[in-house]
Design a protein around this ligand. Sequence first.
Ligand SMILES: Nc1ncnc2c1ncn2[C@@H]1O[C@H](COP(=O)(O)OP(=O)(O)O)[C@@H](O)[C@H]1O
Ligand SMILES: [Mg+2]
Length: 255
Amino acid sequence: MQIKIKSLHYRYPETNFSLDIPDLTLSPGLICLVGQNGSGKSTLLKLLADLLPAGDAIKADGQTLSEYLASGRLSKIAYAFQDPNDQLFNSSVEKELAWSMKQAKLPEDEIARRTEAALKEFGLAEFRDLNPYDLSLSGKKLLTIASALVLDPEVCLLDEPLMSLDYPGRCLVTRLLEKRLAQGKTVIMITHDMDWLAENCQEVYAMSQGHLVYHGPVHQLFSDQELLDRLGLLPAKTWQLSQLLGLKPEVLSLK
Ligand SMILES: Nc1ncnc2c1ncn2[C@@H]1O[C@H](COP(=O)(O)OP(=O)(O)O)[C@@H](O)[C@H]1O
Ligand SMILES: [Mg+2]
């Protein structure tokens, strides 16, 4: 599935912030979005999720987003919010996981099977009857990601999925994303984690003040000090260490 953006312009009513993306094509694979707070990353993700109106500026396989999503919206594009409190609303962890599958009218036995599998995979089984608001922040974050992945969507839009996760949680999410990518699906995610980026991502997009200001390999972004300063980014620790040691080519990953 290919997403094409042409002349995308969005402004929140009564604010000075505007997002402008003249031309962009996103093909299946991992797409990481970085940039300072307030640069417009979440706004772009919400536009891609059809949570904010993009008119016909965003096309998916040649159709406008609303045409593309008209049949089976939830199994095509799933979205996990930056702040889990904006997403979670059911009275139990189990109901939260099942909700999108119910909306998608999956058979009851399939909903039960997938819910059990997700509870187990995300380490949430013991919290199944708990109100999602009573989970820890990392538990909430995992639940929002699980709820997005449970419908096995073509495109996954994840807003800072690694935020507040502990090490096992990060490993779990990384492994599940790798699995999706191996199936030829699309993952578009926002992250501030340069170490994760260096280890896991080939190409990165950077945003500043509502504009895409960089698209290219991670190592090229880390080599451009002027751009890093403008974006307020500190390169991955592996990269910093190779700079100190004078290694060429610089090390991005310890894998
Ligand atoms: N619902 C909203 N109404 C008005 N302004 C908003 C809203 N959401 C975000 N903004 C503003 O839009 C700008 C970009 O925000 P956002 O897309 O959340 O940036 P980022 O995710 O990169 O931190 C910020 O100036 C923010 O204050
Ligand atoms: Mg954001």
